[in-house]
Design a protein around this ligand. Structure first.
Ligand code: ZN
Length: 650
């Protein structure tokens, strides 16, 4: 029998099979709860595996819906979501399961290994963060808060969407669109009722950015900018309400404030650590950002304002740093890149990918077996080319997790990598941009984090159970190598002439990546500090704006106009999942930059840190906190200067 599941989805019977499965699961849960003497082996393990098998059944459907989307996959997927949600909500509120976990944790504390302890810890935390263990009255209030919160978040994004859609700016004079790329001009162009050609710009992303970046008319840039940053004044009230509810919820759950609540499930220890980390980066980026802004100013005719910076940045970039993507593509032929990446991973970690002939959902999709020290450890499925019916972007999706099942049999891991590279044909190779190469390395970093796990408990194996602010560590770690000459030269060979990519071209890639990096860093830090402080005590009304203004004194080198109400459009934290968590982007970057430079400084292919990274970080998955794993790896805390070095900030 194959060690791996076979990829197949029966759309006609999926919902019936799903319901049947859940019915069986529910019965099994009742039986498990009946057990008198519950322990890890007879209670936790079966529950865990039940979850694993449900995921294994469901993942092919969600995968298929993303890569071979049809009306039928949409329909079946949409039908299945409420069924799954209902099932998992009931389990997450089942207080008897929580009580059993608590008891087992207490009773078996000396017998369980750290993986099993971590499974219990995370499950218990999950229950407690939802308040499932609290008294009835508190639980009712929490539920009210949750409903109100999601209504408010929804209103926030709906208001933003409406305001974005309602606005348009019509340009009649052709002079005003000079300098814009032809494709943007074509998109903006329309004929009015009298047959006159005009150009429409909106606050929607490609359109707004196009004018702000290339539009020569400063007045128009200012008008568009002002419209953009004054959207949705009515969201200010929503912000007040949301902040109050988040604060109340955190208090009910036993936390001082929402920031503390958010950190309970993250790697960062406490509020002080997060703020110090962010503020140190601000201090260390200011000097270079000042130089960058001066350089920008030197090519401008007037003192640069907020609505000028993208425009002058583009001019400067063109003059000094711009790459011609088309010159690079021939060096990044898809097959060469993939084989080169495998070669690199072999040299770095001693792992080996071998193609197998498993039939998959599309003829371009490929299945590989992964060997570590000649032992088969997992399977990877890649689907890398764009086509109709496939969602855009790139992602990794885990399928099976490495673990040992109830009978003690080893189950191997598997994962998918999906990208949207140019499609290839017999006579036309798929030539990638360098950004695509970076993307592939990034997703591969996620994939091997999942696939090289040696953990025996599936809920903390591979990417499962990894803290939210540490998930991007392995992906960014690997991505950094896509700028290293020693790595690029393994595979970046011109597909026609076989000539290796010249050093100057690699240098230019790095310079272009670091263009205006300190100013960019300050901007991200402004958002991160604002988000985090905003959730560290109760802010309301003008105090919200005052807080943002006080942060900008350190982060905004070009003065922000007072009409700018950025917060009313900050959907990451008011309608997305990033509240008191926006800092995570930078947090994971530091871990990855730190580990990356240890490898670089030791010599990539002789690096003992690379081997340790495999043994400690990749093999342990979510079985330990990432702060513990990082400490084991480096025998110290992460060093923020490595992030500055990565961004070329001195
Ligand atoms: Zn990622």
């Amino acid at each position: 029998m194959s060690k791996f599941l076979q990829f197949k989805v029966d759309l006609d019977t999926f919902i019936k099979d799903l319901n049947l499965r859940l019915e069986t699961n529910n019965k099994k849960i009742e039986e498990l709860l009946e057990i008198k003497d519950k322990c890890y082996a007879n209670f936790v393990k079966p529950l865990q595996m039940m979850d694993e098998y449900l995921g294994q059944f469901f993942t092919p459907l969600s995968h298929l819906n993303s890569v071979c989307n049809t009306e039928q996959t949409q329909e079946v997927y949409a039908q299945s979501l409420p069924i799954i949600t209902d099932y998992s909500t009931k389990i997450s509120q089942n207080i008897d399961i929580y009580k059993a976990y608590k008891k087992i944790q207490e009773k078996e504390s000396s017998e369980l290994n750290y993986e099993q302890k971590r499974v219990l810890e995370l499950n218990i935390l999950h229950f407690e963060l939802s308040g499932a263990h609290l008294d009835k009255k508190t639980k009712e209030r929490l539920q009210e808060i949750n409903i109100k919160k999601s209504e408010l978040s929804n209103d926030f994004s709906q208001n933003l969407l409406n305001a974005t859609n309602e606005y348009e700016y019509i340009i009649e004079d052709e002079k005003d669109i000079e300098g814009l790329p032809q494709s943007d001009i074509e998109t903006a162009k329309f004929e009015d009722d009298n047959g006159v050609i005009k150009y429409k710009f909106t606050l929607q992303m490609p359109s707004y950015i196009a004018y702000m970046t290339y539009g020569k008319n400063r007045k128009i840039r200012e008008t568009l900018y002002k419209a953009y940053v004054t959207r949705c004044p009515q969201n200010a009230i929503i912000i007040d309400e949301l902040l109050a509810l988040r604060n109340e919820m955190s208090n009910l759950l036993g936390f001082k404030n929402y920031a503390e609540y958010s950190l309970a499930s993250k790697m960062a220890n406490d509020e002080k650590t997060v703020l110090k980390f962010l503020n140190d980066l601000v201090d260390n980026s200011q000097a270079q950002a000042k130089i960058e802004i001066d350089e920008l100013q030197s090519i401008a005719k007037e003192p640069i304002q907020s609505f000028d910076s993208a425009y002058y940045a583009e001019l400067l970039k063109k003059e000094k740093y711009e790459l011609d993507e088309e010159l690079y593509r021939p060096y990044f032929e898809q097959k060469n890149v993939i084989n080169g990446m495998f070669d690199f991973l072999h040299k770095l970690f001693g792992i080996r990918f071998e193609k197998n002939d498993e039939a998959l959902w599309d003829e371009k999709a490929i299945s590989y077996d992964l060997y570590l020290d000649d032992k088969l450890v997992s399977r990877l499925y890649t689907d890398l080319e764009a086509r109709k019916g496939k969602s855009g972007g790139a992602w990794m999706h885990n399928w099976q997790a490495h673990c040992s099942d109830e009978e003690g049999n080893e189950q191997l891991a598997s994962a998918f990598i999906v990208c949207n590279f140019p499609s290839s044909s017999e006579n036309n190779p798929s030539l990638l941009r360098h950004d695509d190469v970076v993307t592939l390395f990034h997703e591969m970093g996620h994939a091997i984090h999942h696939m090289l796990s040696s953990v025996n408990e599936n809920e903390v194996s591979g990417v499962n159970g990894v803290e939210w602010d540490a998930v991007e560590f392995p992906s960014q770690f690997l991505e950094n190598f896509a700028y290293e000459p020693e790595v690029l030269k393994l595979f970046a060979k011109h597909y026609k002439t076989q000539e290796t990519i010249p050093d100057e071209m690699i240098e230019k890639l790095v310079k272009s990546k670091n263009f205006l990096s300190a100013s960019g860093m300050l901007r991200q830090l402004e958002f991160s500090i604002f988000d985090f402080m905003l959730h560290s005590k109760l802010y309301k009304g003008d105090k919200v704006q005052n807080l943002l203004d006080s942060i900008r004194k350190k982060t905004a080198l070009i003065q922000t106009p007072s009409y700018n109400k950025f917060q009313n459009g900050f959907s990451h934290i008011f309608s997305g999942g990033y509240a008191a968590g926006y800092y995570s982007y930078k947090w994971a970057e530091i871990l990855s930059a730190d580990a990356f430079f240890s490898v670089i400084d030791e010599g990539i292919f002789e690096s003992p840190t690379a081997k340790k990274y495999l043994d400690i970080v990749l093999k342990s998955g979510g079985a330990k906190s990432m702060s513990e794993l990082f400490y084991e790896l480096q025998e110290r805390d992460p060093n923020p200067t490595s992030l500055l070095r990565l961004n070329g900030i001195h």
